[in-house]
Design a protein around this ligand. Structure first.
Ligand SMILES: *Cc1c(COP(=O)(O)O)cnc(C)c1O
Length: 373
């Protein structure tokens, strides 16, 4: 059976280790902030090459807590890509800040540097690059721009845990460890996913780390003393124990995704009706999604054709953020051409660590058959 994401087969391969880790937490009764959380935190700090990881309840909370820690004021503007998951802009609006949506690069689907530069005003305080579908945004140029204009950079790394980016001086960094704050999600289908909800915030700034930790814990700086209004956002110990098991395999899982992407690329590269995802030379794509662009007018019919043969496919994302009813006040009249085109033409094919060439041949044959009709 072909699944969009196959968490079941993945679990079957690591069942013994996972079950033992979960049962150990249950027996320990350290369900909240137990040693499993501290251990995972330390492992993720090491993996990310960053001083501070603050685990939290989910990726959306990670973003919200990040913006709370920066103490931005209502009306302050935050630049986000218009082609992303809603959570990126949602927390900005929720905090009374103003999301400013800009267009993306037609090749990588990531925030377009020149559009960011054009959108900066005296009210702009931060930029949120989203490492969409598993590939780093153009961080060197973005960080340069942010430094010159004194803006914060909050990376939305929910889709790219494990991805690398190489700067022109040869320095190699993990996505999520380049900006002032990085935010990620451990939602089950993400590249590093747990078996429920989870998230983390990363920073190399000790003062920010302390603020982030305090805000995630009811604004508490000492037990029952609350310095600021915070939230309750925790990663539970069972999820942390699962994440420790899976973090050890993250590079293997991401390599399997990349091999599956190579296989798709080879099959589709000769087809004029589809465009394979662009890969930046200085970034390691971890293929949270494998997303084709389909010649105008065919996308929805192709998806139906695949569905008729039992092959799932998803549209990430069908509607630009500024056309969402909830966000219409932020983008009245906007029409960003690349975002508009992507929303009409993209389709994401099954992509996960357990895909094999046999399954991929079925998917590829079905795509090719559609265009030969
Ligand atoms: C999944 C995701 C989030 C939110 O993560 P949750 O854990 O579901 O709250 C934020 N941004 C992007 C780009 C995502 O893909």
């Amino acid at each position: 059976m072909i699944r969009m994401v196959d968490l079941k087969t993945q679990y079957e391969h690591i069942r013994e280790e996972i079950d033992r880790a979960v049962l150990d937490v249950i027996a320990s009764t350290e369900y909240i902030n137990g040693s499993a959380v501290k251990q995972f935190q330390a492992e993720l700090e090491k993996y990310q090459g960053i001083e501070h990881v603050i685990p939290c309840a989910n990726g959306t909370d990670a973003l919200q807590i990040a913006f709370m820690a920066l103490r931005l004021q209502p009306g302050d503007e935050v630049i986000v890509p218009a082609f992303t998951y809603v959570a990126t802009a949602e927390v900005i609006a929720l905090l009374g800040l103003t999301p400013v949506m800009v267009d993306v690069d037609p090749g990588t689907f990531n925030i377009a540097l020149e559009k960011v530069a054009e959108a900066i005003t005296p009210r702009t305080k931060a930029i949120v690059p989203v490492h969409l579908f598993g590939q780093s945004a153009d961080m060197e140029a973005l960080l340069d721009l942010a430094r010159r204009r004194q803006l914060y950079v909050i990376e939305d790394n929910a889709q790219a845990t494990g991805a690398d980016y190489t700067f022109s001086n040869g320095a190699r960094k993990k996505t999520g460890s380049m900006g002032h704050i990085g935010c990620t999600s451990f939602f089950p289908s993400k590249n590093l996913g747990c078996y429920g909800d989870g998230g983390a915030i990363t920073t190399s700034d000790a003062d920010l780390a302390q603020q982030l930790r305090m805000i995630a814990n009811h604004g508490q700086n000492k037990l029952y003393y609350h310095a600021v209004v915070g939230v309750n956002s925790r990663l539970d110990s069972i999820q942390a124990a699962i994440l420790s098991v899976k973090l050890r395999r993250l590079d293997t899982y991401n390599a399997a995704r990349r091999a599956a992407a190579d296989y798709y690329d080879a099959a589709f590269s000769g087809m004029p009706q589809v465009k394979t995802p662009a890969r930046q030379a200085n970034a390691t794509h971890v293929f949270h999604q494998y997303t084709l662009q389909v010649r105008e007018g065919n996308r929805d019919a192709l998806r139906q054709h695949l569905a008729d043969q039992g092959i799932p496919a998803m549209i990430y994302y069908p509607v630009p953020l500024y056309r969402q009813e909830a966000f219409s006040r932020y983008g009245a009249g906007a029409e960003l051409p690349v975002t508009e085109e992507l929303c009409r033409t993209v389709i994401s094919l099954p992509m996960h660590s357990e895909l094999n060439p046999g399954m991929q041949d079925q998917i590829i044959d079905a795509v090719q058959a559609y265009f030969q009709k």
